[in-house]
Design a protein around this ligand. Sequence first.
Ligand code: TRP
Length: 427
Amino acid sequence: MSRVLTGITTTGTPHLGNYVGAIRPAIALSREAGNECFYFLADLHALIKCEDPERLARSRLEIAATWLACGLDPERVVFYRQSDVPEILRLMWLLACVAAKGLLDRAHAYKAAVDANRERGLDPDAGISMGLFSYPVLMAADILAFAAEKVPVGRDQVQHIEIARDLAQRFNHLYGGGETLLSLPEAVIDERVATLPGLDGRKMSKSYDNIIPLFAGGERALREAVLRIVTDSRSPGEPKDPESNALYPIFRAFASEEEADEFAEALREGLSWGAAKVHLIAKIEAELAPLRARYAEWMSRPERIEEVLAEGARKARSIAAPQVAAAEAAAGLRAPRLAPAPLAKKQAQTGPRLKQYREADGFFFKLEDGAGRVLLRGGPFADPRQAASVLARLKATRHLDAESLRLLAEGVSAAEAEQALASLHDG
Ligand code: TRP
């Protein structure tokens, strides 16, 4: 089982580029056996960029309806709204307290905003909120509250995952005492997923004003947008370069390889741009028309979307709550005995461990297997250096000498202990 998690910032209206680059692949991922998916509406992140409450609410509804219409199955995916999970914000504060300000100073989004201010001769921090500055800390909390292993994101988000790993490591180092309290996520970038070009051939993006809407405006808006795709002035019958504009790359994103080859060949043989656009519209429509009908259905019943999200939040909180409570307890905010036990952490528990500890009568060490069963035990030593030197010898050998054999715990074979030592070496 892999725990996959990703957030969807709820600003704007989804376009074809979002569909091909994020929505469709994420839904495909959620249908693969062995993935346990958490997809959420990052409305707290959206608040950083959007101060218009109505637009924020509208956009959240549209985006939730879009994902549901495109096939997100709330039985398979824990689908929730970030602001419905207060544990995320509690963890965010713990992380903020271990985050070096200098680390966040180097985050791309903040740095870009500072650079833009400098260029315009403004105060470097003009118009920059603490929300924007803390963006990566909130994102780290999103991920770490769920012990997510894989985070599918675009390339522009890789630095944020690095920051999440960094904060988890600092937290573990400070409070974990060798345990993995927060496990380290990995960014997943799907190389096969296309970045869709927009009407003018540059990457499709709202900021370039070159998008093709996904559902908004219906078939008509889609058609109008495709007809506006910029082409050259070659007339019907003249050979055309399929790579010279956005038509062919968009066609390819909706067609089989064979169909895409045929399309390219037809252009090379002189298919008119007009006819090519008609083909393209039909190809996109074949995939989107049924989804658009479902979209309209979801949009007409916002209370059903709310029900889905409420159920998602309930599931999400049942996972995040013990995880965050364990982190709080480790940081000293609560008595550990009162806090729920830490989640069974694969990373922390799979391998054997050598531990040194102190008791009233001296210094001890023990070797435990992944399940916490004691394999070897040494001590008491009056002097910690003695214990350390025996430990060092154990760590250096793969085969137990006679002296080490005496340290075997009851019911443990030498082979078992040797195997644990060997995996300490290899790990
Ligand atoms: N910052 C992400 C984006 O703009 C959205 C996001 C918020 C996210 N929290 C996340 C993505 C956690 C992955 C994991 O695309």
